[in-house]
Design a protein around this ligand. Sequence first.
Ligand SMILES: [Zn+2]
Ligand SMILES: [Zn+2]
Length: 272
Amino acid sequence: MEMILVGSDAFVRLIFFGGIFLGFAFWEGLAPRRVLTCGKGARWRNNLTLTACNTLMVRLLMPGGAAGAALVAGENDWGMLNWVSLPGWACWLLALVALDLAIYGQHVLFHRIRLFWRLHRMHHSDLDIDVTTGARFHPLEIILSLVIKIGAVVALGAPAGAVVAFEIILNATAMFNHGNIRLPSRADRWLRLLLVTPDMHRVHHSVIRQETDSNFGFNFPWWDRLFGTYREQPEAGHLAMTIGLANYRDRKWLRLPWMLLTPFIRADSRPS
Ligand SMILES: [Zn+2]
Ligand SMILES: [Zn+2]
């Protein structure tokens, strides 16, 4: 079963990614939260080209991905969940929650460690935030994330099926919580007890540093509340807030060559 899941991983994820992307893009058109300052044309072209290149790169570099590492760990009895006898569903649940905590921790480190921030700041230099921002990550950040994820998967002994499920869920929630989607405030309040909502993650894309350094969660909102990094709303309000980074206001940073150069150019965005 797990072999089949891992074997069809790329295909399954492509189908999910395409379908969910179109769904959220349609939703953004029907009920947009903000008027985009730069529009979609060039941003979407560049963000989506980068996403396609990143997907291809990961497939070529590590065809088995994190799920392949989970299979190897399972065969060799590596990792905590392989040392205890728990029902399958409990292993899945623990793996999903623990991997989400690992991704939260990694995101905090990408903001705190200067070298990591150089890679991550490209995600924040988008001047608008919508469904395409959810996959706008520098290729070097993607590789580093994959190495960290494989480390977490092996240390945990996560079931391969749970790893595939986690990645599909993460793709979907990242598109959802970056979406320029208007939700009734009551729905947002209830939903954010369980899930990071677009309004919650938008705070993280604010140009104000204290707001950028908050709401690090991707799936579950609990880690931010637990570790004191939760911020309910942006100071300026969702419609008036400025998205992006203080020193990356030029529209050239929306173009692919400049996006790729972002870690190496000393226009460091962090106003100290
Ligand atoms: Zn971030
Ligand atoms: Zn984001």
